[in-house]
Design a protein around this ligand. Sequence first.
Ligand SMILES: *[C@@H]1O[C@H](CO)[C@@H](O)[C@H](O)[C@H]1NC(C)=O
Ligand SMILES: *[C@@H]1O[C@H](CO)[C@@H](O)[C@H](O)[C@H]1NC(C)=O
Ligand SMILES: *[C@@H]1O[C@H](CO)[C@@H](O)[C@H](O)[C@H]1NC(C)=O
Ligand SMILES: *[C@@H]1O[C@H](CO)[C@@H](O)[C@H](O)[C@H]1NC(C)=O
Ligand SMILES: *[C@@H]1O[C@H](CO)[C@@H](O)[C@H](O)[C@H]1NC(C)=O
Length: 352
Amino acid sequence: MQLCATFTVLGLLVMGSRAQGLMPTISLPPCDSLEVEAAALVAQDFLNAQHTHGYKYVLNQIDKVRIVSTPLQGDTYHLELDLLETTCHVLDPTPVSLCPVRQKINTAIEADCDFVVTNATQGLSVVAFKCKTETESEDECVGCPQLISFNDTNGLQLIETSLDHFNKNNTLNRKFALLEIGRMGSQIVSGGPKYFAEYAIIGTNCTSQDDDICTPQDHTVATHGLCLAEGSNVDCKIFAPTQAVDPASNATVRVQQLLHAHTFGPQHNPAIHDLKHHKLTALHDPSASGLLSAESIESSEEVVVPKEAPIVKREVVAPEVPAADLTVSDKAPLLSDPILLVPICPGKKKHF
Ligand SMILES: *[C@@H]1O[C@H](CO)[C@@H](O)[C@H](O)[C@H]1NC(C)=O
Ligand SMILES: *[C@@H]1O[C@H](CO)[C@@H](O)[C@H](O)[C@H]1NC(C)=O
Ligand SMILES: *[C@@H]1O[C@H](CO)[C@@H](O)[C@H](O)[C@H]1NC(C)=O
Ligand SMILES: *[C@@H]1O[C@H](CO)[C@@H](O)[C@H](O)[C@H]1NC(C)=O
Ligand SMILES: *[C@@H]1O[C@H](CO)[C@@H](O)[C@H](O)[C@H]1NC(C)=O
């Protein structure tokens, strides 16, 4: 097996020297190297900026990386990332690095995403991505908080009464409307089920005393917030007003193009009522690059040539690992006994 793998590598080297300068070359740097981390953070920020509902996601682990270098075209990073949902709503201006990660006990949501990021002259930019979102812990333990569907009657009742309470009693002297349900849940306690809800709100044109028709303000100028309601308590965090897009400074905060409420408002969509959490975009490929439309990144393998001085970075492992996953070392003798090397991928988990 070892011998066989070595021959494959030698074969690639021969091919590599012939193809140098013509064919794309592929390198497999350590997942936690600085350049890979930089590309992963660009991917994370892009994901959060283009999201218009739900919560911000933070990078947890870099699972895989492959850099395809094409002469004259720069590098393309193919990344497989694990991200975790934070407790910051996407409209919350708090930088994602300061947002608390939602803990497992509170039914954490995890996303597995594939990204294609290019490093061209103008810097790193995301070409395409696709994500799969799921709950991290689906333990059906008695007494644990469980997420309930966005159309759950008891949950909706809690939102209605708690928002009503907040509207009559907030120091801003303003009525807010429900913008979007973030999550709803219940927990069996001694007195029966206890409900909790998180929801985003938007300011209306009514003061707390107005008993008129209250219309939400235009979202580009509106005050937004996120409320946590549990039992008879409601706590709403009002966000600092969204930075106006200042053309002189190219403000980093993008004005939200679309705000959608799963159960109310203009983007009302009954088809997703039974969701229990917000899902990330399944596939984003505006330039129709097609780089991610296949089932997985691996299935679209090109000719693989080790980049520059070949280095054995990884153990020869399972037979299903394609030759592409091998790299060779100029230091380690090719035919020596296998040396146990520190795995370079996946990278470290940053959270859990
Ligand atoms: C992107 O390319 C520039 C110039 O080629 C290089 O200095 C930089 O390290 C690259 N960035 C990453 C993350 O690879
Ligand atoms: C406003 O809040 C106070 C104290 O939190 C409470 O006693 C009162 O009932 C609230 N008023 C309304 C109208 O909800
Ligand atoms: C809010 O706007 C709506 C629609 O423009 C209007 O009908 C309503 O009277 C306004 N409410 C107040 C309190 O100004
Ligand atoms: C803003 O962006 C434009 C191009 O999008 C660029 O030409 C300009 O230099 C940027 N301004 C600042 C202050 O970064
Ligand atoms: C929630 O939505 C699902 C799917 O649309 C539906 O089957 C279910 O009856 C709804 N539940 C309530 C309480 O409306």
